[in-house]
Ligand binder design. Structure first.
Ligand code: AMP
Ligand code: MG
Length: 476
């Protein structure tokens, strides 16, 4: 059996609370990510329902709940922490965490548990994001606990095993800064640098690199129509991974104002607001690092502002570079950004499906007769026609062969995303009928999002009006 370690346990005791997961009555393995297990060097025989439920602590593990704080919807909460998650330790440099593992000193009023629906949702969407090539925590396993959890109703309980580069969040830095614990901030920064930014030669370089990773991450989200839904500072990973899949969702029809989360009443975390919120969160990180940036406070503030100013250019390069590739532009010319922005505007005005529009352009780019499939996605198809005429003029400057362009576009424009109505249907079958087949089928489809998979084409289709999901819930 592979030995766990836990480097977080080398940090001072005030960084966490050591405690084992709370045992569950009847653990049953319902999903195991054997490909990820193999990548980590874990043998499926070691990943029993007992280990994955926390009933048995694996050798070398040092289970703990981590302390952190965070701004939730803009309001600072000085103590959050792992209220239902337990970090067993690390395998191959990756955190292995059980989410739903029972109460901890950070549970506040909560039961420390998770319901099956949100567990399967995190599993599906994390794995879909990974297959889309987006930095993310992964799902190694899901187990049913045999317990009931009470939310609005009684629901089957479950635990998801999350694999992450680490669980250090912006909120972890805030936890120490809020306590005026400069040593804590420095110790955490040193640990984060060693683990995630070994090339950062200064705290400034660490801040710049963290900002760059977030800028690139959020650009990647926008390029696939992803809405995180709860971009609180405690859900913002220092390693630059997407973390904490709650009420997240993918857009069907393109509209930058899209919000799904039932708790996001002001639209703070709407699709198009995500870059701005990322900067806001990173400003909170920068504030915690001020004492490390310079002894003189005004100089430290100046450095922090310079670092934060780096977000915009990095984001724009990643976002517009990605959009250009999505419409088949490999070389860069004046007017390209306006061309993609005009497409997005036309899509928003005409309720065009985000994923299908770009996937359709892959064919249209090489066979103009394939325009039909794209123009039909627009309420007023002539708006697409006008844009496509400009697009073709621009494509004439490209030097790639049509075959190469077609392949390059298909590699960045997925056919399959976790559409809400499909996710909900898969979860409902699991919860209501104990039928995991739809979950497994959807997971398999989403694991190859860029392949056509003709027999699975129904998963590529947008929802019929009656299937449309208007709200998502974090289910905590
Ligand atoms: P989340 O919405 O999952 O990002 O969680 C926000 C905070 O609430 C974190 O501190 C969680 O640990 C805590 N939390 C969420 N659900 C529960 C629960 N069922 N029991 C205890 N703490 C919870
Ligand atoms: Mg969270």
């Amino acid at each position: 059996m592979i030995l766990f370690s836990n480097t977080y346990a080398t940090l001072p005791e005030r960084f966490y609370a050591r405690l084992p997961p709370t045992p569950v009555p009847a653990p049953r393995l319902i999903a195991l990510n054997t490909a990820l297990a193999a990548q980590l060097g874990l043998h499926p025989d070691d990943l029993t329902a007992d280990v994955l439920s926390g009933n048995v602590v694996p050798p070398g593990a040092d289970p703990m709940a981590l302390a952190y704080a965070g701004h939730q919807f803009g309001n600072f909460v000085p103590q959050l922490g792992d209220g239902r998650a337990n970090l067993l330790g690390e395998v191959n440099g990756h955190d292995i965490q059980l989410k739903g593992a029972g109460r901890t000193p950070f549970s506040r009023g909560g039961d420390g548990r998770a319901a099956l629906g949100p567990v399967l949702r995190e599993y599906l969407i994390a794995e879909a994001m990974h297959a889309l090539g987006i930095p993310t925590t992964r799902a190694l396993a899901a187990v049913a606990t045999g317990e009931t959890v009470v939310r609005e109703t009684a629901l089957p309980g479950a635990i998801v095993t999350r694999v992450a580069a680490s669980h250090i969040r912006v909120g972890t830095f805030q936890y120490f800064a809020a306590r005026k614990d400069d040593d804590g901030v420095r110790t955490l920064a040193d640990y984060a640098i060693a683990r995630h930014y070994p090339n950062a030669a200064s705290y400034r370089a660490f801040l710049e690199a963290t900002i760059a990773r977030q800028a690139e991450l959020v650009a990647r989200w926008l390029l696939v129509g992803f809405i995180h839904g709860v971009m609180n500072t405690d859900n913002c990973s220092i390693a630059g991974e997407t973390i904490d899949y709650g009420p997240c969702a993918f857009m069907d029809a393109y509209d930058p104002a899209t919000v799904f989360s039932s708790i996001d009443r002001q639209g703070r975390y709407a699709y198009g607001n995500q870059p701005r919120i990322a900067v806001w969160n990173l400003a909170r990180l920068a504030e915690t690092l001020l004492p490390l940036l310079d002894d003189a406070e005004d100089k430290a503030v100046e450095i922090a502002q310079e670092c934060l100013a780096g977000f915009g250019p990095t984001f724009e390069a990643a976002y517009f570079g990605g959009l250009r590739r999505k419409i088949g532009l490999a070389i860069e010319r004046d007017g390209d950004n306006a061309l993609v922005q005009d497409l997005l505007k036309a899509m928003a005005d005409n309720q065009a499906d985000f994923t299908l529009t770009f996937r359709g352009l892959c064919n249209a780019a090489v066979k103009p007769e394939r325009d039909a499939a794209v123009r039909d996605l627009f309420v007023d198809p002539t708006v697409y026609d006008a844009w496509a005429a400009r697009w073709r003029q621009r494509l004439a400057f490209e030097i790639a062969t049509p075959e190469a362009r077609h392949a390059a576009m298909r590699a960045v424009n997925p056919a399959y995303i976790p559409r809400n109505h499909n996710v909900e249907a898969a979860l409902e079958a699991a919860i209501e009928r104990d039928d995991l087949a739809p979950f497994e089928e959807l997971l398999a489809v989403l694991s190859h999002p860029f392949d056509d998979q003709p027999s699975m084409a129904r998963y590529a289709a947008p929802p019929a009006p009656s299937q449309r999901v208007h709200q998502t819930f974090c289910g905590t």
